[in-house]
Design a protein around this ligand. Structure first.
Ligand code: IMP
Ligand code: MG
Length: 181
């Protein structure tokens, strides 16, 4: 059974501080665009909520929508991506900021970017809380990255293992299961 490491990998406070800095970068680049923020469910729900509550301090009031992309069973990426919920807002001609919890193999972000581009977005940018560059299998990067981490499986702050631990307000390592393709 995988074991949750009780001490945080990244604390609640460190997450908040980092998002504060990310928001300054986002505001610098995108403040004058009417932005549509598209969160990828379910993992990004907590990050998206904290992000928009700091964007507003920078006078940004994006439209907010969600898509539901799923690819994971346990700690293994199946590579089999499915969109279970489409955006309900029209993306055509809009500047879109895709928000996800983590960039791992990159398949989810690539899929979401292509999906949004195909629907005629004027510009597509991406923002992730975590990046695991060593795990990448498709060529994709995020424009805004919170933390770059090693190849460890993390839970909390929206990220789960088989649906659990999304509730933790911080990020912790789940030990005992290697991540692999
Ligand atoms: P990718 O398509 O392989 O880049 O994976 C992205 C998705 O995989 C994320 O949105 C997460 O839901 C999930 N994922 C990747 N790494 C982790 C992890 O360390 N913990 C929990 N979920 C993860
Ligand atoms: Mg996810």
């Amino acid at each position: 059974m995988p074991q949750l490491r009780k001490e945080p990998l990244i604390s609640e406070l460190d997450i908040k501080v980092r998002i504060g800095h990310m928001v300054l970068d986002i505001a610098k680049d995108l403040k004058h665009q009417e932005l549509l923020l598209v969160g990828i469910l379910r993992g990004s729900f907590m990050f998206t909520a904290d992000l928009v509550r700091l964007l507003y301090i920078n006078d940004m009031h994006p439209l907010i929508d969600f898509v539901f992309v799923t690819s994971y069973e346990g700690t293994q990426s199946t590579g089999d991506l499915r969109l279970l919920r489409e955006p309900s807002l029209d993306v055509e001609g809009r500047w879109v900021l895709i928000v996800d919890d983590i960039l791992d193999t990159g398949r989810t972000m690539k899929y979401a970017q292509e999906y949004i581009k195909e629907r005629g977005a004027a510009e597509v940018r991406s923002c992730v809380l975590l990046d695991k560059p060593v795990r990448r299998v498709v060529d994709v990067q995020a424009d805004y990255v919170g933390f770059t981490i090693d190849d460890v499986f993390v839970v909390g702050y929206g990220l789960d293992h088989n649906g659990r631990y999304r509730d933790l307000p911080y990020l912790a390592i789940l030990e005992g299961e290697a991540t692999f393709e």
